[in-house]
Structures are given as structure tokens and as C-alpha cells.
Design a protein around this ligand. Structure first.
Ligand code: C2E
Ligand code: MG
Ligand code: MG
Ligand code: MG
Length: 291
């Protein structure tokens, strides 16, 4: 399902040109080019506490609204982004847009933190922490409105450069999550060397709840280990009530999945939060009047 499949090499080069337009890298682009390229956008998926059901965070997930191919999910174009050296530009765009939304939510008193996914390429960029600082500043956003997700494989690779970048993020006070936990080749030892605030249990384990005792054993041990190290656990891909109940029983801190909501645009996310918790929505309205 890679973008290459959408029309071979020529199709790929056209998509790359269009992505460059979306990212503002093609300075000659005119209105027609923009129309043909479509738009990048972010969808947000809630991360909900198991203890009281409040919405604590939102993961920002990139999409490409393409005039010919429709709403393209990230896995159809991230490979192309990597191959054509556009990952820094894409992540810059995602961070800017995510912080625009996060700072608006912060001003509204929503208290919802936004999580952005980083790739290995991003961690190899020593200029990234300074860029994140500058964006926080530009959006008048405190550091705790942003979290960063790094896949387990990337976190594990641990080149000196990426470790330094991770340490800088940590020192800035950003929350760091290990994404897709359980899918990589992790040695438990690396937990000792690096500070992570959160572990995201991969969906492949979560879907095993109730049917696969081995998946459950991994979940139980991961929760225990994470808690002992002062990190919290988020379960990905929670699709039904029974799974939610079981995860709650096992001590999982947060859940994310279709059960609560699919990833949706920021405005739909806000409506979803307000409907879910009418009293919180009232507080929010009061808060707005006061300002
Ligand atoms: P991820 O970070 O593990 O994100 C979770 C993925 O699981 C999302 O897919 C989300 O839509 C999907 N998901 C959430 N809940 C459920 C559920 O209950 N059931 C099922 N079947 N799926 C669920 P999506 O949006 O297609 O993103 C796929 C991957 O693309 C992400 O996996 C992440 O690795 C990457 N990605 C997305 N946005 C970005 C981005 O801005 N930058 C980078 N570098 N990677 C991104
Ligand atoms: Mg993620
Ligand atoms: Mg994940
Ligand atoms: Mg995953």
C-alpha cells in the first residue's frame, strides 16, 4: 500500500512534487499547483484515563487530503517522505500544526496534551530540539502541552546522536513515549539507561486480551515494569468495552482506540470532548467568558 503502487516511478515523482507544494517547499507553486496537490492535515485521537474517564491527551496523526487519491493515511506516503528527504520538513509542519491546536486548547483550559510522532530521521537531526523550542515559543505554548512518541525500534537503536537529542528533549521537560512497545527487539536493560515517561503497548498485544494468554502475560509484565520505573502505560487499539475493563483491571493508565473515537479533525475532537463531559464543557464556557 505504498505510494509507489499508485503509479510506479512517475506516479511517485508526481506525488513528491505535490508534497513539496503542500509543505511550502516549492516556492514557485501557483494556485493551480496547490489545487492539484491537496492539503496535509492532522487528525486527533483521544487518550483517556482508565481511572476517571477524563481525556488527558490526543495523538496527532497526519493525513494527506489528495484531490485524486482521497484521504491518504500516513503509511501510504511516509515511505516516500523518507526516500525523498522530506521528513524534516514534514515533521516541522506537523509540529507547527499540532502546537497551533495544542496552544488553543491550552488557552481554552482544556488540559489536553498533544502527542506527535517522530521518526528515526528526526532523532538524527541535532537541530530538532531547538526547532521544537522555537515553535513552543512562537505558539506561546508551555512545554507540557506537547509529548513526543518514538517507536521502540528507534528508541533502541540508540546512536550517540539520537541519544543526545532524546536527552535534550528530556531536559526541556517534554514528555517522551515509547510507541508500538513490544514489537521491536527490546532488551529490558535499555529502560535503565533512558528516561521515558510513557510506554505505549502495541495494538497487537491489546487485541490478544481475552484470547491469548501470552499477550496478556506481556501486558501484565510491561505494566509492572513501567510502573516500577515511574512511567505510565497507554494501550493502543482499544476497540471494545471488555478490553477496556480488562486493561483497567490490569492497571493500565490510559487507553486509546476506536472504542472512544477514531482519529478526527480538531473541531470534531473538541465537540467529542464537550459531549462526553457536559460539566467540563460548562467550565470551559465560563473560562472563555472570564478571559
Ligand atoms: P502509531 O503512532 O502507532 O498510531 C496509531 C495508529 O493506530 C493510527 O494509524 C491510528 O489511526 C490507529 N488506531 C488507533 N486506534 C485504533 C483501533 O482501535 N483499531 C485500529 N485498527 N487502529 C487504531 P494511522 O493514523 O494510520 O498511523 C499509522 C502510523 O503512521 C502511526 O502509528 C505512526 O507510526 C505513523 N504516523 C502517523 N502520523 C505521523 C506523523 O505525523 N509523523 C510520523 N513520523 N509518523 C506518523
Ligand atoms: Mg504514535
Ligand atoms: Mg503506536
Ligand atoms: Mg502502533
Amino acid at each position: 500500500h505504498d505510494a509507489g503502487a499508485l503509479g510506479g516511478v512517475r506516479g511517485e515523482l508526481l506525488l513528491v512534487e505535490q508534497l513539496r507544494v503542500c509543505l511550502g517547499l516549492d516556492t514557485e507553486a501557483d494556485a493551480d499547483d496547490h489545487l492539484r496537490a491537496g492539503n496535509l492535515l492532522l487528525h486527533f485521537q483521544p487518550q483517556v484515563r482508565t481511572d476517571d474517564g477524563t481525556v488527558e491527551g490526543a495523538e496527532a496523526l497526519v493525513r494527506w487530503q489528495h484531490p485524486d487519491h482521497g484521504l491518504m493515511p500516513p503509511l501510504t506516503f511516509l515511505g516516500l517522505v523518507e526516500r525523498h528527504g522530506l521528513m524534516h520538513a514534514l515533521t516541522g509542519w506537523v509540529l507547527d500544526e499540532a502546537l497551533r491546536v495544542a496552544s488553543a486548547w491550552h488557552r481554552d483550559g482544556r488540559g489536553v496534551r498533544v502527542a506527535v510522532n517522530l521518526s528515526a530521521t528526526n532523532l538524527a537531526n541535532p537541530a530538532l530540539p531547538a526547532r521544537v523550542s522555537a515553535l513552543l515559543h512562537r505558539h506561546h505554548a508551555p512545554v507540557d502541552v506537547l509529548a513526543l512518541e518514538i517507536t521502540e525500534t528507534v528508541a533502541m537503536e540508540g546512536s550517540a546522536g539520537s541519544l543526545a537529542v532524546l536527552r535534550e528533549f528530556s531536559e526541556m521537560g517534554l514528555s517522551l513515549s515509547i510507541d508500538d512497545f513490544g514489537t521491536g527487539y527490546s532488551s529490558l536493560g535499555y529502560f535503565r539507561q533512558r528516561e521515558f515517561d510513557e510506554v505505549k503497548l502495541d495494538r497487537s498485544f491489546v487485541t490478544g486480551i481475552g484470547t491469548d494468554p501470552r499477550a496478556e502475560a506481556v501486558i501484565v509484565s510491561t505494566i509492572e515494569l513501567a510502573h516500577r520505573l515511574g512511567a505510565r502505560v497507554v494501550a493502543e487499539g482499544v476497540e471494545d468495552e471488555e478490553t477496556l475493563r480488562e486493561l483497567t483491571r490490569l492497571g493500565c493508565d490510559l487507553v486509546q482506540g476506536y472504542l472512544h473515537s477514531r482519529p478526527v479533525p480538531a473541531a470534531a475532537f473538541e465537540r467529542w470532548c464537550d459531549q462526553r463531559s457536559p460539566s467540563a464543557a460548562d467550565d470551559l464556557a465560563e473560562h472563555r467568558v472570564e478571559e
